[in-house]
Write a protein that binds this ligand. Structure first.
Ligand code: RET
Length: 277
């Protein structure tokens, strides 16, 4: 495999010493890779405008908090993808591969960093919708941040193939805890809160799409290199469209139409904390 993993016709050869503007040129020269970024910048921008409009009359405080948390998702996303297109949050590292040897690969490390900000927001919104307590919300959020940070470590470790995959497994272990909360704990809370139906839909969407990320990591240029960098980037970008904008739209549309249900979500330490008790 050669430097073609980063661009069909690279403007400059990939080495780990590229400057930010060389990385920028490299990305711009690959139309498909660039498009995988720009499509998200455009959709995040539209989502922000749409959500501000949808939230104009929301008055319940829990509903407002769900709005703020959900709005953060496209806001973080537009920042994340701006970092990627500008060459600021990408780099070239020498990735070791199972067959032996290594390859200089374009790594979009900014993705993992910004996931550590956006995914907790998704979980806060879902936890508030399910009417969960502070303990479960805290657990889901810290496990999720653990998943993103160890995922970043997996992507950036070049010293050892074994440790690279050990980081990956650690990240998966954190991920299992998040999945457990989503599939076991929160559906029960949502049933009590009267939000079981919409929670069920969003849970299914979230769990299904989130599972795609570790799968594409393993198949992509950071893992087994079955897919090229551009293909991997497209996979993440498309998963992002569903996991962020479609998810956020479905949630906020429901919240706007069901503010009274949200307002009635009662007991639990989180509600008590929100009410200032
Ligand atoms: C990595 C690789 C290591 C193992 C695991 C991963 C999981 C990532 C996930 C990302 C979800 C991102 C979303 C972003 C939206 O803003 C880090 C790929 C388990 C689940 C939903």
């Amino acid at each position: 495999m050669t430097t073609a993993t980063a661009a069909a016709s690279p403007a400059v050869a990939l080495t780990s010493e590229l400057t930010q503007s060389e990385l920028f040129t490299e990305i711009a020269a690959n139309a498909s890779l660039s498009a995988s970024f720009w499509i998200n910048i455009a959709l995040a921008g539209l989502a922000i405008l749409l959500f501000v409009y949808m939230g104009r009359d929301v008055s319940d405080s829990r509903a407002q908090l769900i709005f703020v948390a959900t709005m953060m998702v496209p806001l973080v996303s537009i920042s994340s993808y701006t970092g990627l297109v500008s060459g600021l949050t990408v780099g070239v590292i020498s990735v070791p591969y199972p067959g032996g040897g290594s390859e200089d690969v374009l790594i979009m490390w900014g993705r993992y960093l910004t996931w550590a900000l956006s995914t907790p927001m998704i979980l806060v919104a879902l936890g508030l919708l399910a009417g969960t307590n502070l303990t479960k919300l805290f657990t889901a959020v810290v496990m999720d941040i653990g998943m993103c940070v160890t995922g970043l470590a997996a992507a950036l470790t070049t010293s050892s193939l074994l440790l690279r995959w050990f980081w990956y497994l650690l990240s998966c272990a954190f991920f299992v805890a998040v999945i457990y909360v989503l599939l076991v704990e929160w559906p029960e809370d949502a049933r009590e809160a009267g939000t079981a139906e919409i929670f069920g839909t969003l849970k299914l969407l979230t769990v299904t799409l989130w599972l795609g990320y570790p799968i594409f990591w393993a198949l992509g240029s950071e893992g087994l290199a079955i897919l090229t960098t551009t293909q991997t980037s497209w996979a993440y970008s498309l998963l992002d469209v569903g996991a962020k904008y479609v998810f956020a739209f479905l949630l906020l549309r429901w919240v706007v139409a069901n503010q009274t249900v949200i307002g009635d979500i009662g007991s639990g330490s989180l509600s008590a904390a929100m009410a200032g008790d």
